[in-house]
Design a protein. Structure first.
Lengths: 103, 103
DNA sequence: ACAATAAGTCAGAAATTTATGACCAGTCCA
DNA sequence: TGGACTGGTCATAAATTTCTGACTTATTGT
């Protein structure tokens, strides 16, 4: 649909892009938990009280596509899946640490 | 119940609270525009292409309630309303500046 | 053989967010 | 007197997000 491409440089602001990547009911908390260490699917289901598989699955996929999380298959049986912060995700740690000192 | 502050308390993480305050279709961009100067309702309607009055109104109210924006009535006729960053909102500027150097 | 855990998928329903168009008050301009 | 501007509200509709419960593949434990 060849939209008129309003070049208000809105789309190229990395902070804004990040905010959108972390928009959603569970993403902020998933991200916070990821700062503490690798995450597993069933563990998250327990920690995010109220969350359901579907929503969690979608949130993890979106965060993976946005380059914040990496999905790693641990090849010991039974298979485990770990979600860990990518380099990009880790680069945000100092930013969030800074936020904690504002409150 | 009455957990004796054993682990990181999810609800008291300021970064997480902030992310939720900026969750939504227009809030990230409204916030970015607010960094540049005071905002007016009709101006925003034009700048946020696709936004409608209702959604904009709700977003501004929510951001006001979350203490990010302040609504100021300019008492010259015709009345103008300006939305400006509160102190809390301004305290986030260095954080977002930092983010821009990561991209 | 049977239940349980792990990590999901799928269809459909419910809840939430966003959009649409009508309407309102006050002021300004011709 | 009638538009046109400001900054909204309201009811309703559409779109998006989240929830529910059934089902899957593979492995471990009893």
């Amino acid at each position: 649909m060849t939209s008129p491409k309003n070049t208000t440089d809105a789309e190229t602001c990395p902070a804004q892009a990040l905010l959108k990547s972390l928009s959603g009911k569970y993403k902020p908390e998933i991200f916070r938990l990821a700062l503490e260490g690798p995450l597993r699917f069933s563990g998250l289901l327990r920690q995010l009280s109220g969350a359901n598989k579907q929503s969690l699955s979608l949130a993890l996929k979106a965060m993976e596509e946005d380059g914040l999380l990496e999905r790693i298959v641990i090849q010991i049986k039974p298979l485990h899946i770990e979600y860990t912060l990518t380099e990009k995700g880790q680069s945000l740690i100092p930013v969030f640490k800074q936020l904690e000192h504002l409150g």
